[in-house]
Design a protein around this ligand. Structure first.
Ligand code: ADP
Ligand code: MG
Length: 281
C-alpha cells in the first residue's frame, strides 16, 4: 500500500509523438538582482537555465552566497526573478502554490501544535476531513520514523526529529515538487545519514521531483540524478553532472563503488576550481 497517495499524472504535450521526459521545472535564463541599502545592486544569479524532469532528484552545490536559496525561492514563487522566467509544468511561476512544497530551515513548525497537529495542518487547510487527514498524517509520521511521538511538541524534539516533522508536514500537502534548502544542514552525521536514507526511500517509492540544496558533495551524489555545481558572484551554473548510479541506492554498496567515488572526487575538484577561479579571476 502506498502511504502517500500517488500524485496525479502529468500529461505530455498531446502533439509530441514520442514519450519524452516531461519538464516539471524549467528555469530559463533567470537572473536575480538585489538592491541593497549599503552597497550597489548585487547580481545574485546570472543567466541560469536548468530543466528538471518530472520525478528527478536534482541537487545544487556551491559556495555560500552563490544564490542557491534565491533559486529555490524563485521556484517556490517567493521571489520573482528580475530577468528570465521559471516555469512549473510549462506555466510561468507567479507565486507559491500547493504543487511546490518548501522544506526550508527557517520554516519553523507551529510551536503550539504537537507533531500530529503540525502534519495535519496542511490537509485540513486543503479541506480534507479530520479523520482522513489524521489517518494520512499518522502514516506519514510513521514513515519519517516518528511513530510514538504524535503528541510531542516541537520544543520536546531534537533538531533531527523536527526536521522529520517538517518533511512529513510538507509531504502531507502532496506537492509534486519538494524544495529542500539544506534540510539536513543542522544535523549531526548519524541522524543526517538516517534522514538521507529515509528521504531516498520515500523518493524511490513516490518519485516526486526534488530540488535539493546542500553543502555536502557525498550527500548530493548519494541522493541525486543530477548535481548542479554553481559559482559565486554572480551565481552561475559551472557544470551539471549526471549521476549515473543504479537505484535503489544503498549507502554501504555505494561507498565501495569506484563510480560513486569518482563522482565525489570529480565534483570536489569542480568546487575547488570554483574557489580557485574566485581567488585568481
Ligand atoms: P546561498 O543560499 O547560496 O548561500 P543566497 O541565495 O542566500 O545564497 O544569496 C545570494 C546572494 O544574494 C548573497 O550575496 C545574498 O547576500 C544576496 N541576497 C539574498 N537575498 C537577498 C535580499 N533579499 N536582499 C538583498 N540581497 C540578498
Ligand atoms: Mg542558502
Amino acid at each position: 500500500m502506498s502511504v502517500v497517495p500517488l500524485r496525479s499524472g502529468v500529461q505530455t504535450e498531446p502533439s509530441s509523438g514520442h514519450a519524452q521526459p516531461v519538464a516539471m521545472i524549467e528555469i530559463d535564463r533567470v537572473s536575480q538582482m538585489f538592491e541593497t541599502s549599503g552597497r550597489r545592486s548585487h547580481l545574485a544569479l546570472s543567466d541560469i537555465s536548468l530543466t528538471i524532469e518530472d520525478g528527478a532528484f536534482v541537487s545544487i552545490l556551491g559556495p555560500s552566497g552563490c544564490g542557491k536559496s534565491t533559486l529555490l525561492y524563485i521556484v517556490g514563487g517567493f521571489v520573482t526573478p528580475t530577468a528570465g522566467v521559471a516555469k512549473v509544468k510549462g506555466k510561468a511561476i507567479t507565486g507559491p502554490g500547493p504543487d511546490r512544497g518548501p522544506v526550508f530551515q527557517e520554516f519553523a513548525l507551529f510551536p503550539w501544535k504537537n507533531v500530529l497537529g503540525n502534519v495535519m495542518y496542511g490537509p485540513r487547510q486543503q479541506g480534507v476531513k479530520r479523520a482522513e487527514a489524521e489517518a494520512q498524517s499518522r502514516r506519514l509520521i510513521e514513515m519519517v520514523g516518528l511513530k510514538g511521538y504524535e503528541s510531542f511538541y516541537p520544543k520536546e524534539l531534537s533538531g533531527g526529529m523536527k526536521q522529520r516533522v517538517a518533511i512529513a508536514r510538507t509531504l502531507a500537502y502532496h506537492p509534486e515538487v519538494l524544495l529542500m534548502d539544506e534540510p539536513f544542514g543542522a544535523l549531526d552525521a548519524q541522524p543526517r545519514k538516517r534522514l538521507q536514507n529515509d528521504l531516498l526511500n520515500i523518493w524511490e517509492r513516490d518519485r516526486k521531483t526534488v530540488l535539493f540544496v546542500t553543502h555536502s558533495v557525498d550527500e548530493a551524489v548519494f541522493l541525486s540524478d543530477k548535481v548542479v555545481v554553481m559559482t559565486r558572484s554572480p551565481g552561475r551554473i559551472k557544470e551539471i553532472v549526471d549521476i549515473d548510479l543504479p537505484r535503489p541506492r544503498r549507502r554501504a554498496d555505494l561507498l565501495l563503488d569506484p563510480h560513486y567515488q569518482k563522482y565525489v572526487v570529480d565534483i570536489e575538484k569542480l568546487i575547488d576550481d570554483v574557489l580557485e577561479d574566485e581567488l585568481h579571476p
